[in-house]
Design a protein around this ligand. Structure first.
Ligand code: TRP
Length: 328
């Protein structure tokens, strides 16, 4: 079975954009690939978060992934900082990464600009740690967004360089895995762009019914169509796109017709949308609440994930040590 690996930055709660854009595909992929999903808590240290925040966000993201349907018995879900084998490979990656190429990485330059008082070495060697995350499992496919493409190129370069340097073909080059037609760009509620936490236009899987309704009712629209069958402005098209994701076909078609006939009530459309989003989120929300309250279960999941991840990772380290000329 081919290996898929994804690293998830623990940056808060999952929203509908995360769900339809990636998490749903992860859930589907569990059965056709050997999947490794890990929570990238080491990477999050580049911004010096408080310990209590790390602890909380790792728990949150773990609970939410499980609530969405990642099955810890099928996939391997673990916390990056538990798998200490990665650190050794990170060290080897650092030895073969050059200052110039690391300084040229766009995300390094961007972060250095954003946090000029904290341009730490971890920020610079971020691609080395990411490559170690991937290569420790010899992952072939890595689902990533566009913003990670340069880091992926570095990972491929480091794999290639290692192979050339040691005259081996030990590491496969990891391919970026772009979700095919299943990946959906989920729009935000503020009239333009996509849903994202930094944009403040997101509906979270953990949002309760009232919160969902409030957010939807506030979503941007316009004065309404003036002529039959006119194209929808972006803000309105966004609401329809959301409806398309969560509602029944008939419901979508009903409102679409209303729009085309210029008889649409945006208030009704929003009420319906809030209703369907809540219907969709409710079971996930209940599982989030249930799983989050069960600390022992979260611990158990992290432990079995680590055990599975460690089996292959320790083998990789053993083999890499042999290649490098270390006795073990
Ligand atoms: N850099 C990724 C991000 O910011 C997270 C990540 C860390 C990752 N290690 C990885 C993703 C390995 C894929 C593979 O989203």
């Amino acid at each position: 079975m081919e290996i898929v690996l994804s690293g998830i930055r623990p940056t808060g709660n999952l929203h509908l954009g995360n769900y339809f854009g990636a998490v749903r595909s992860f859930v589907n992929m569990q059965h056709s690939y050997r999947c490794y999903f890990f929570i990238a808590d080491w990477h999050s240290l580049t911004t010096h978060p408080r310990p209590e925040n790390i602890k909380q966000s790792v728990k949150t993201i773990l609970a939410e992934y499980l609530a969405c349907g990642i099955d810890p018995e099928v996939a391997t879900i673990y916390v990056q900082s538990d798998l200490t084998e990665t650190l050794e490979l990170y060290l080897y990656m650092n030895m073969n990464a050059y200052l110039g190429e690391l300084q040229r990485v766009t995300s390094f330059k961007e972060k250095a600009r954003k946090q000029p008082d904290n341009i730490n070495a971890g920020l610079l060697t971020y691609p080395c740690l990411m490559a170690a995350d991937i290569l420790i499992h010899k992952a072939q496919h890595v689902p990533v967004g566009k913003d990670q493409e340069q880091n992926m190129e570095m990972a491929r370069k480091f794999a290639r360089r290692f192979n050339i340097m040691y005259e081996t073909n030990y590491f496969p080059e990891p391919a970026s895995f772009h979700f095919s037609e299943k990946a959906v760009k989920v729009p935000g509620l503020d009239g333009s762009g996509k849903m994202g936490k930094s944009e403040g236009n997101a509906i979270y899987l953990a949002d309760d019914e009232k919160t969902i309704k409030k957010k939807i009712m506030k979503a941007v629209t316009d004065a309404g169509p003036k002529e039959p069958n006119s194209p929808k402005p972006e803000a309105v098209a966004n609401l329809f796109a959301l409806l398309d994701l969560v509602a029944e076909r008939d419901t979508y078609q009903y409102f679409n017709e209303q729009y085309n006939r210029c008889t649409i009530s945006y208030g009704d459309l929003k009420k319906q949308l809030a209703y369907d989003i809540n219907l969709f989120c409710a079971p996930i929300r209940e599982r989030i609440i249930q799983i989050s309250s069960n600390e022992a279960e979260l611990e158990r999941v992290a432990r079995i994930g680590l055990e599975k991840a460690r089996a292959g990772a320790s083998q990789t380290i053993k083999e890499v040590r042999e290649i490098l000329g270390f006795r073990f």
